[in-house]
Design a protein around this ligand. Structure first.
Ligand code: NI
Length: 196
């Protein structure tokens, strides 16, 4: 089932998400629905807060990036079929010199900006079978994980921009939160706030 993706401005996107345990209701179904929702919107990652749930769950499939012809064959191979579910994740280490990559977000349609992040991460998490994992990633895989991880920390890529950039996109962000945007996947827009 395709779920509506929560748009910029919804308070759920600003919450620090909480851990879940193995008896979380209908988790398999939720994960399946989240993958379907992500693929439907041509995303490479989706975090639970983006479908309105403030829990530490996100998923990633970097396959669409593997078609980028500017990448080396080795990088393309690594990205092709890289599909993971991250539960209760904690990034335990981030290393290296920050690099810029043009990021977007399914909750913030049509806004893309360069974001600086470190290239290499080590992350501890539970997989979809609640088996503990500890892995190190770099390049675009690390990038996608960092972006999704930020979502479960209540952080959006737009929070990481310079004051000037933030000012330049303010109007567009405001329009998104009001639903004044054309988007070809299902979205849920926050209710417009009443003036006091
Ligand atoms: Ni996002």
């Amino acid at each position: 089932m395709i779920l509506p993706i929560v748009a910029y401005g919804d308070p759920v996107l600003k919450k620090v998400a909480t851990n879940i345990d193995a008896d979380y209701p209908k988790l398999d179904e939720l994960i399946e629905n989240m993958f379907e929702t992500m693929y439907n919107a041509y995303g490479v990652g989706l975090a639970a807060p983006q479908i309105g749930l403030p829990i530490r769950l996100f998923l990633v499939d970097t396959t669409p990036f593997s078609e980028d012809e500017d990448l080396s064959e080795e990088d393309q191979k690594a990205l092709d079929g890289f599909k993971r579910v991250f539960i209760n994740a904690e990034i335990v280490e981030e290393e290296g010199e920050e690099w810029a990559f043009n990021e977007g977000c399914l909750s913030i349609p049509d806004v893309r900006e360069d974001v600086f992040r470190k290239p290499k991460i080590t992350i501890e998490y539970l997989d979809e079978n609640f088996e503990p994992q500890k892995e190190t990633f770099d390049g675009l895989i690390a990038r996608v994980i960092q972006h999704e991880y930020d979502h479960i920390e209540g952080v959006l890529f737009t929070d990481k921009l310079s004051t000037l950039k933030k000012r330049l996109i303010k109007g567009r962000l405001s329009n998104i939160s009001k639903g004044k945007i054309k988007v070809d996947y299902r979205m849920r827009f926050p209710a417009m706030k009443k003036k006091r």
